[in-house]
Design a protein around this ligand. Structure first.
Ligand SMILES: [Zn+2]
Length: 387
């Protein structure tokens, strides 16, 4: 037995105006100053006002939101007593909104206690709307929450199926004009979700179709969105791809590139999309040495050479490396500015944290501590994985 969960997804140009139709009293918007400067917070508040709702915005979410921010936001939320919570921004804002909402509903809980086994009993006070302003994380349709424990330099993977948003609003106009680097990073996050969600040992018939379509859209439209931020077709397709990939991997699981990226991000603060895009070819190479089948299927779907399963997997890696090059994405940790000495110094922690990620055990091939260390070094030097 398995489950497929999804919010109601409102998508396409102008989807933000769906906020006019929300029925409620008072909305608490969780966002950040960048998103506010782009005018999106005000736009959301205008629509909510037309729905006859009051609203208040909390703009203090930082990249890689910390436990402290989430606890502070939940307190502000409790004072305001909203019946709708709106997460508006990148994955950080949406994840912070999910966690704050849980703590608002359940003030007896600590954020660390939000896990899939706990019955939370949410929706007694409010419901959740998630609105992405980037095209990548898929956080609008996933129940996972990533927070950072700043005292211990590590990312915490939290969340429960109950904290999935009620409504996801996917409006490509929100990501129009995103700078190229952010477009590439977030788009590669979507691609990593699609490929890892497909290859995951928790992959299933429902997630498969979503992951295949999402990967196809990213390969086709990400270079266009990167080259011309105002290409509205590319923006729309990337916005849809990110949500499709979110639904795909959210209903299966991500894989080892995510484990390594979370671990790296906790220590070196490398942006999530930059890190997963960088690790993805290495983690595919590693898995495909024993289990190439799922990657070969994806290569076949993408029309890449796939005479045999190993050939299919290596065409997928080749296509991926080609894409990274077109996006001027760092192909190694060295190219991403991480010195070998600092990597070596923090290696024990990097390996331990990566090994403890849930995504490590659902990767098609499960890496030992020793192999994880070797993978970090391969990714540092840009070397092919040959073990
Ligand atoms: Zn991701």
């Amino acid at each position: 037995m398995w489950y497929f969960d999804s919010p109601r997804v409102v998508f396409g140009e102008g989807a933000l105006s769906h906020l006019k139709e929300i029925e409620g009293r008072r909305a608490f918007i969780v966002s950040d100053h960048n998103v506010a400067e782009l005018g999106f917070v005000e736009a959301a508040q205008d629509h909510l006002a037309k729905a006859g709702m009051e609203s208040k915005a909390f703009l203090e979410v930082e990249p890689d939101p910390s436990l402290r921010t989430v606890i502070g936001g939940a307190r502000a939320m409790s004072d305001y007593e909203p019946d709708w919570v709106v997460g508006l921004g990148g994955g950080s804002c949406m994840d912070a909104a999910k966690a704050m909402w849980v703590l608002y509903e359940r003030p007896d809980l600590k954020p660390e206690a939000i896990n899939p086994v706990e019955t939370l009993g949410l929706r007694k006070k409010a419901r959740l709307i998630a609105i992405p302003t980037t095209a990548g994380t898929g956080a609008e349709v996933t129940w996972m929450i990533v927070l950072t424990d700043t005292e211990d330099d590590r990312k915490l993977g939290l969340g429960s199926r109950e904290n999935l948003a009620d409504v996801a609003i996917v409006d490509p106009e929100m990501s129009a004009g995103m700078p190229p680097r952010l477009t590439a990073d977030t788009g590669l996050d979507a691609l990593t979700h699609a490929i890892e969600g497909y290859a995951s040992s928790w992959g299933n018939d429902f997630s498969d179709g979503l992951c295949l379509k999402a990967a196809e859209l990213v390969f086709r439209y990400l270079p266009q969105a990167y080259a011309d931020g105002n290409d509205s077709e590319a923006r729309e397709k990337m916005a849809n791809a990110a949500t499709l990939a979110g639904l795909g991997f959210g209903n299966s699981m991500a894989g080892l590139a995510h484990s390594m990226a979370h671990s790296l991000g906790g220590v070196f603060h490398t942006p999530h999309g930059r890190a997963v895009g960088l690790f993805l070819p290495y983690t595919i190479e590693y898995a495909a040495r024993e289990k190439p089948q799922r990657y070969a299927e994806m290569a076949r779907h993408l029309g890449l050479p796939n005479g045999s399963e190993p050939e299919g997997a290596s065409s997928l890696v080749g296509a991926l490396r080609g894409l990274l090059e077109r996006l001027e994405h760092p192909g190694s940790l060295k190219a991403a500015g991480i010195e070998r000495d600092s990597l070596r110094e923090r290696m024990e922690k990097l390996v331990e944290n990566a090994a403890n990620e849930a995504t490590t055990v659902v990767h098609p091939r499960i890496a030992s501590m020793d192999e994880l260390e070797r993978l970090f070094f391969c990714a540092h030097e840009g070397r092919e994985v040959d073990f």
